[in-house]
Design a protein around this ligand. Structure first.
Ligand SMILES: Cc1cc2nc3c(=O)[nH]c(=O)nc-3n(C[C@H](O)[C@H](O)[C@H](O)COP(=O)(O)OP(=O)(O)OC[C@H]3O[C@@H](n4cnc5c(N)ncnc54)[C@H](O)[C@@H]3O)c2cc1C
Length: 407
């Protein structure tokens, strides 16, 4: 019986195993599929996705929501949303949508992990847990892993370098390089950022709706409206996570993020609003700002422009109101760095699309070696796009590997 070895029991590895075994059953040619997983259990990362709810897909799948190699991305996500829905339907997992984001109906990530695990095992997939693969040797008739596990085809599904506590420490890239594959520069993405400002500590925990804009030197790179979270070291929240992968910590590049903390009003309307508000006789300047932004944030903004939060509103001049309007419309923070792979959800960069056949995800250098998931040079913004990419690329790799060994 031909053997397929899958390195990594995460999202793409499980999808690959299921697809490979389904094809072998359909063709009535038995194939042995084994997942080698370095952690004691498979599916660990799936359990922490979507804050434990697993945002596994999105109704709006399109290339604009992804970054990396566009030809690779369109080849993988081509089949789209409905294909992922049918895949989970075939695993007996009911789904629900919230503003386009798709979750297991149970509201629990473990339902998705269980559905994948049960289907893979019931189709006959074997799992070797606590087994890290650190050597892939290509032989004349197939592969030898760690000098002892033979396989006719190998699917590398070891994930990227983000969230190393889930088993993903970037060793997949090392394996790819050891097999002479080119990996583009990798960096953390969907990650909070550290900013230069003495005031961040006092803003910890505050959330505010804002338009966040990322600049590199003076070039505008990205803008998104949404809820921004202040942390003790800087900024987080969906707009910040979505821009973080664009931050390349090259010393010559200076990044800054501006926040428009009153996106519903233009500068003049806000200034007019503030002029009236300051004439209404609230006890302090900080109290006036509570009508627009959270109190602690208002206090910090006033301090940043050298106005005491305790100042009597009547003493605030028209020039001061202009300054307050400015800082609300354009709160500015210099980026020091991202908070690194430890806090990142995904990896930007990865195996260059030039190294693989896009229709099968088979290596162009090593026949029988397939690569899927986050190891590839592609990642999506928040919203279920990364898991969609993992399932879809895993299924392409699993199907192609099974087709090859059952030829
Ligand atoms: C906190 C968090 C929340 C997230 N939330 C979402 C979300 O809601 N929606 C979304 O779309 N995406 C989300 N993501 C991203 C998503 O989980 C990943 O993009 C996706 O899991 C990648 O799938 P993968 O199969 O490539 O790798 P992974 O799922 O990371 O699996 C790789 C597996 O390979 C194993 N492994 C690695 N190297 C070896 C080796 N040498 N030998 C054996 N085993 C190995 C690892 O232990 C791991 O189990 C989140 C990520 C994090 C960290």
């Amino acid at each position: 019986m031909k053997k397929i070895a899958i390195i990594g029991g995460g999202a793409s590895g499980l999808a690959a195993a299921i697809e490979a075994l389904r094809l072998s059953k359909k063709r009535n040619i038995p194939v042995s599929v084994t997942i080698y997983e370095k952690l004691p259990r498979i599916c660990k990362k799936i359990l922490v996705t979507g804050n434990g709810r697993c945002n596994l897909c999105n109704a709006d799948i399109k290339t604009e929501h992804y970054r990396g190699d566009k030809s690779l991305i369109s080849a993988v996500i081509d089949s789209g949303f409905s294909d992922t829905l049918s895949f989970f339907n075939s695993l007996g997992l009911l789904l629900k949508q919230e503003s386009g984001r798709v979750y297991p109906k149970s509201g629990n990530a473990s339902s998705a992990a269980d559905a994948l695990r049960f289907m893979a095992l019931s189709l006959g997939c074997k799992v070797f847990s606590d087994t890290e693969i650190n050597k892939i040797e290509k032989r004349e008739n197939g592969f030898l892993l760690n000098d002892k596990y033979a396989a006719d085809a190998v699917i590398l599904a070891g994930g990227g370098a983000a969230a190393p506590y889930c088993g993903t420490d970037g060793n997949g890239y090392t394996l790819l390089r050891s097999l002479e594959h080119r990996v583009t520069e990798v960096r953390p993405a969907l990650v909070p950022v550290k900013c230069e400002d003495l005031f961040f500590k006092s803003l910890k925990g505050i959330r505010a709706d804002a338009i966040a804009t990322l600049f590199c030197n003076s070039e505008k790179l990205y803008e998104e409206m949404g809820e921004v979270q202040f942390t003790e070291y800087g900024l987080s929240g969906i707009p910040i996570l979505n821009m973080s992968g664009l931050i390349d910590m090259d010393e010559k590049l200076k990044y800054r993020i501006t926040l428009d903390l009153c996106p519903d009003m233009d500068y003049n309307s806000l200034k007019e609003f503030l002029e009236t508000a300051f004439s209404r006789g609230k006890p302090t300047a900080a109290d006036v700002l509570t009508g627009i932004i959270p109190k602690r944030l208002g206090e910090v903004l006033l301090k940043r422009i050298d106005i005491s939060p305790l100042e009597t509103p009547n003493n605030i001049t028209s020039d001061a109101i202009a300054k307050i309007t400015n800082i609300i419309k354009c709160f500015d923070a210099s980026v020091i760095a991202t908070t690194g792979f430890k806090n990142a959800q995904v990896t930007a960069g990865g195996l260059s699309a030039e190294e693989i056949e896009l229709s099968t995800l088979c290596s162009k250098h090593i026949d029988g070696l397939y690569i899927c998931g986050e190891l590839l040079d592609a990642y999506g913004i928040c919203g279920g796009y990364n898991l969609h990419f993992a399932w879809t690329s895993g299924r392409i790799a699993g199907y192609s590997a099974a087709l090859k060994v059952t030829e």
